[in-house]
Unconditional design. Structure first.
Ligand SMILES: Nc1c(C(=O)O)ncn1[C@@H]1O[C@H](COP(=O)(O)O)[C@@H](O)[C@H]1O
Length: 161
């Protein structure tokens, strides 16, 4: 496994599945697991501390509300951690975003956008990180972007069905 996708609750999966789907597109092996800084603190410590040794290169961590998971995960490992703010019901994910993005200097989390787009982009960014040492993967990322550009250029009329 190259990427670990963790999330605070099973209820985050509809959002975090978009990170998994992006990795699927590039044929990147990943694992998914519910790990919570609040509900399973020891599991988080064990997971993050063992991640590098198990061969993971990037961790994607999604959580909602008081979203301490990405930051605590980053505190336990030197692997790059990408944080996805899951949209909460009460505050629409602003709580998740602010909890993840405002890390104190010295422990970094790369924070993505709230919700599905953020999760998909976390998968894409993980692919780009892995592509820095994998030319086949880099070609796939370039092809993905070229196709996206082509689609926009081929359909410039916004009123087109
Ligand atoms: N933010 C965290 C953490 C954490 O940061 O460790 N653990 C669970 N949660 C979040 O609680 C929300 C509600 O969880 P439930 O749906 O299980 O009540 C989820 O979005 C989860 O990420």
């Amino acid at each position: 496994m190259k990427v670990g996708i963790i999330m605070g609750s099973k209820s985050d999966w509809p959002t975090m599945s978009h990170a998994a789907a992006m990795l699927d597109q590039f044929g990147i092996a990943y694992e998914t697991q519910v790990v919570s800084a609040h509900r399973t603190p020891q599991l988080l410590a064990d997971y993050a501390q063992g991640a590098q040794q198990r061969g993971l290169k990037v961790i994607i961590a999604g959580a909602g509300g008081a979203a301490h998971l990405p930051g605590m995960c980053a505190a336990f490992t030197s692997l790059p951690v990408l944080g996805v703010p899951v949209q909460s019901r009460a505050l629409k994910g602003m709580d998740s975003l602010l909890s993840i993005v405002q890390m104190p200097k010295g422990v970094a989390v790369g924070t993505l956008a709230i919700g599905e787009s953020g999760a998909a982009n976390a998968g894409l960014l993980a692919a780009q990180i892995l592509a820095t040492s994998d030319t086949d993967l880099l070609a796939k990322v370039d092809a993905f972007r070229a196709k996206q550009t082509q689609q926009v250029l081929e359909h410039p009329d916004p009123s087109e069905a």
